[in-house]
Design a binder for this molecule. Sequence first.
Ligand code: ATP
Length: 442
Amino acid sequence: AFVPLDKIVSLCKRRGFVYPNSEIYGGISGVYDFGPLGVELRNNIRRYWWWSMVQTQDNVVGIEGAILTHPRVWEASGHVENFVDRLVECKTCKKRFRVDHLPPENLEQRKCPNDGGELMEPRTFNLLMETYLGVVEDDRVKTYLRGEACQNIYLDFMNVVKSSRMKIPFGICQIGKAFRNEVTPGNFLFRQREFEQWDLQFFVHPSEMQQWFDYWKQRRFEWYRGLINHKDRLRLREHGPDELAHYARQAFDIEYQTILGWQEWEGIHWRQDWDLSRHSQYSGEDLSYVDEVTKERYIPWIVETSGGVDRTFLYLLLDAYEEQPDPQGKSGETRTVLHLHPMLAPVKVAVFPLKRNNEELVKLARGIYERLRRLMVAQYDDTGSIGRLYRRQDEIGTPYCVTVDFQSLEDKTVTVRDRDTMTQVRVAIEELPAYLLERVTW
Ligand code: ATP
């Protein structure tokens, strides 16, 4: 059975992962803030992607572009003209639907899937978020908050070639915010108006396009696969001919199955020479590349892998969440646990003294905590019974809990309890940092 979305929404609010933005003003649709645990999880997700895609790759570098760009960028990219959603509204229940999300029979019969009412004529909306540069009325220039983060990579392509000694084939990565006036934001972090994307744009010679496309498709699939517990809920879906952009020979979505159905997690796109050609044409700058060895001059072709940080955040929580009968609690009690990958978990270790009113235990436990927190995110807690403290940590996905007991005072060992198996082992205090680091770092 799939985890209902409201379980995640409420856990996120209760434990400080995600809050609705501007909540005291009634909230704002499709915008969220990340709380103390959310920001840790989010940073870990981002850092792990960066480490996998940039820091451990000889042929990939990173950039961080601005959210604001020259307005012409969005003409060249086709967004001003084509970045639109078609929307229909029901005459009776007033619910709005994206035309491309409606079941075909509902669209054909103009029938609302919610209450069976009549649907109005579809209308078209551009998703770009407008903003203005400059303060003086007459000089103000209309531009857009970027509708997709990857445009900066095309804009900086030549700068990277000239400044970094990168030779084709090579890639440029970026993580950054994007903004879309989604007409139907919803499903928590799944469809927001402000969200974060991660992109790789990999530049190749046309003759090597297919090979690199296959390579990145497989690698990205394996990457996501390594982060989840329900391996059968991940798949690669090839786009049909009607879904392909005119320049694309192929496209795949990495999809994950949740209560929302099979939905995109990341797209692997065959962008060919579309982006660099368009920017050459619109800017008047020649963005072609010269191979130093063969002297061939050409516009590089591009393999794109484009995914969402927020969607990763949401999918990992949906994948990790479990409610199970509590084997150590009273009958009928449940334990809620997040089986997050230890390297992504917001808190890596929690340290408890067995008795909070025993000075020696508290002193030793605090000492261990202070040593560990220099190496990883750690928490100290002595505000309940050990059983309760375990539950508290299970619910936020902390992979290890360390308990300091009377034996610790004698033999300098502690118990380390594993979140998933709930088994406990004794580890020497001396060896604790190495024991934990080995298990929580990538
Ligand atoms: P959709 O068809 O669902 O609108 P898309 O195909 O337009 O999505 P892309 O433009 O390819 O999506 O964006 C790349 C990635 O960015 C997506 O795979 C997704 O993870 C993420 N993403 C896109 N739109 C949103 C959004 N509104 N909120 C959160 N994440 C998003």
